[in-house]
Design a protein around this ligand. Structure first.
Ligand code: B12
Length: 311
């Protein structure tokens, strides 16, 4: 830990991630950071200002806007950070989660991906997403909120997990003897970038024999409607994280319901739905993977019913 009472302008970006120009703009706009100098009159930033800038960085990473945090007293910033996500107690970390997070901290992405692939090789995709990826992502969330890792580690972890899940889904062959496979279209509503939860569901359902298409994040709903119709999708599956504005979840789902033809089902899940108490007409809200597997089996039965009647 650096103990020098001041940090020079040339070092401020390395210490806080904020460039001189950014800080100059904030000083003009918010009067923060204050103009400080060392005893011999050289421009510099005090330790107090540095720790306030690091607090501001963390709050911006959590989705706050500069006018909500820049220039606010440390006490207030600490309170905001605490309220962000109450410090997650150090959850028991199973061995693979611990090893994966340690590799991430060392940015040993080759080691990280190799260990992840090793864990995958030991189990089904369903088991892998439930017992390796879920504890890892929750461990990552906890480590970030305790300043154990930086937000860039979350991005690096996510891209490695995404790449592996996409590769595993591509390897899956349609199951023989199954009637017409169900076509599931996966997507994230505009503004939602938490793709992993949905990809984990896709992997588990693709392993069950569904034909899955994932058009990713930030898809305008009318485009999603056109894609669903042209793919002859049986289901459109969406995911909402905690970061998605809670007030927008129900209007988004009901809007999509109005857009889609009635024979296309809507399945929705994710932490962002935890506040919804009642089922929405024409939308199947699911809390976990198990419910999705059950729903898929029901759909497959429906298809086998149609299959038999068409023969
Ligand atoms: C990884 C991650 C990211 C990654 C996402 C990468 C990616 N490609 O997905 C990145 C770095 C991009 C990111 C960005 C942000 N994030 Co983020 N993120 C996380 C983190 C660490 C893990 C989330 C995750 O991947 N979980 C995957 C699985 C394990 O969980 P899940 O999504 O809930 O899915 C499971 C179930 O819900 C269910 N399910 C999910 N979807 C569906 C759908 C169906 C149909 C079904 C049946 C089931 C189902 O099955 C899944 C598997 O069990 C969480 C912390 C946490 N512990 O949750 C923070 C977290 C969600 N993020 C948060 C925030 C604030 C943000 C940002 C705003 C930060 C910023 N300033 O930029 C941005 C917002 C981006 C946006 N617009 O969406 C906050 C939200 C808090 C809040 N109240 O707002 C959290 C909680 C972190 C925190 N502790 O504060 N994030």
């Amino acid at each position: 830990m650096r103990t020098a009472p001041f940090v020079s302008p040339s070092e401020i970006e390395r210490e806080t991630g904020f460039g001189k120009d950014q800080l100059r703009k904030w000083r003009q706009r918010f009067g923060f950071p204050p103009a400080e100098s060392t005893a011999d009159g050289k421009a510099a930033y005090s330790r107090k200002t540095i720790s306030q800038l690091l607090l501001i960085k963390r709050l911006l990473e959590a989705g706050f806007r500069p006018n909500q945090v820049v220039g606010k007293p440390s006490r207030e910033l600490e309170k905001l950070k605490l309220a962000l996500s109450p410090p997650v107690p150090v959850m028991f970390r199973d061995e693979s989660t611990q090893a994966l997070i340690e590799q991430l901290k060392r940015t040993d992405l080759a080691g990280f991906s190799a260990l992840l692939a090793e864990e995958r090789a030991k189990r089904t995709l369903l088991d892998f997403v439930c017992n390796t990826v879920t504890p890892l992502m929750n461990g990552i969330g906890g480590a970030w909120s305790r300043d154990e890792i930086d937000i860039h580690h979350e991005h690096l972890c996510s891209c490695c997990v995404e790449r592996l899940l996409h590769a595993e889904i591509l390897k899956l062959k349609p199951k023989d003897g199954l009637p017409i496979p169900s076509v599931l279209l996966f997507s994230l509503a505009p503004g939602e970038r938490h793709l992993l939860g949905l990809l984990m569901i896709e992997a588990a359902l693709a392993e069950q024999g569904a034909r899955t298409i994932n058009i990713g994040s930030d898809v305008p709903l009318n485009i999603l409607k056109l894609a669903a119709i042209s793919c002859k999708a049986d289901v459109v599956a969406l995911s909402f994280s905690f970061a998605y504005p809670a007030r927008d979840v129900v209007p988004t789902l009901l809007h999509l319901r109005r857009l889609l033809p009635p024979q296309i089902q809507i399945w929705a899940g994710g932490a962002g739905l935890s506040g919804i108490r009642k089922q929405l007409k024409g939308v199947r809200i699911m809390s976990d993977i198990g419910e999705a597997v059950t729903a898929l089996n029901e759909l497959t039965l429906q298809h086998s019913g149609t299959d038999k009647s068409s023969h």
